[in-house]
Design a protein around this ligand. Structure first.
Ligand SMILES: [Zn+2]
Ligand SMILES: [Zn+2]
Length: 178
């Protein structure tokens, strides 16, 4: 999904589109989906030219699934975010500014006349993926001893998973003394 900057009319370009999960995965700049499987993407945005810069603001919705980092089960994950992006022409940036743009994801630069909107949208969605995805904050995870899903079943290894390695150590000592 490419936008030609020279074609952006005065008053802006109002875009509304829905895309498939396949489109999302294809649009990912580095191909890294962070474990996110997207089924559907909805975008509504306004693309405007402000002097030499291009401002894109709107809303992104996405439906998909993630794998829980504790129990490894797939769970529904959806994104509904407002986003704003300002693209600055490449020649306007010096080294210092380039560093800044890396820290502030709302700014980026463009080269030539074309902006890849798909890539920007995919990036925004990926930014929403938690580093440690959880199906539920209180997910019990898998028992490290027998591997059963503790959200659904119980086992006798409970003491060992409790909090710190010291708890396990204490437990171990108590067993020995008996
Ligand atoms: Zn879980
Ligand atoms: Zn167990």
């Amino acid at each position: 999904m490419q936008i030609h900057i020279s074609n952006i009319p005065e008053g802006g370009l109002n875009l509304r589109f829905s895309k498939s999960g396949e489109w999302f995965h294809r649009s990912l700049p580095m191909g890294d989906d962070c474990g996110l499987h997207v089924q559907k993407v909805d975008v509504h945005c306004l693309v405007e030219k402000v002097l030499k810069n291009v401002s894109i603001k709107g809303r992104i919705g996405a439906e998909g699934g993630l794998e829980c980092c504790r129990c490894l089960e797939r769970f529904d994950f959806s994104v509904d975010i407002d986003f704003k992006y300002v693209l600055i022409p490449d020649e306007e940036l010096d080294e210092n500014e380039l560093e800044l743009t890396h820290e502030d994801m709302e700014y980026d630069h463009y080269k030539g006349d074309v902006i890849d909107l798909g890539q920007l949208v995919a990036e925004q969605i990926i930014l929403e993926v938690p580093i440690k995805p959880l199906c539920n904050d209180s997910c019990g995870g898998l028992c490290p001893a027998c591997g059963i899903n503790l959200n659904r079943e119980k086992c006798d290894h409970k003491a060992q998973q409790e909090s710190s390695p010291f708890a396990a150590l204490k437990n171990f000592k108590m067993k020995k003394e008996r």
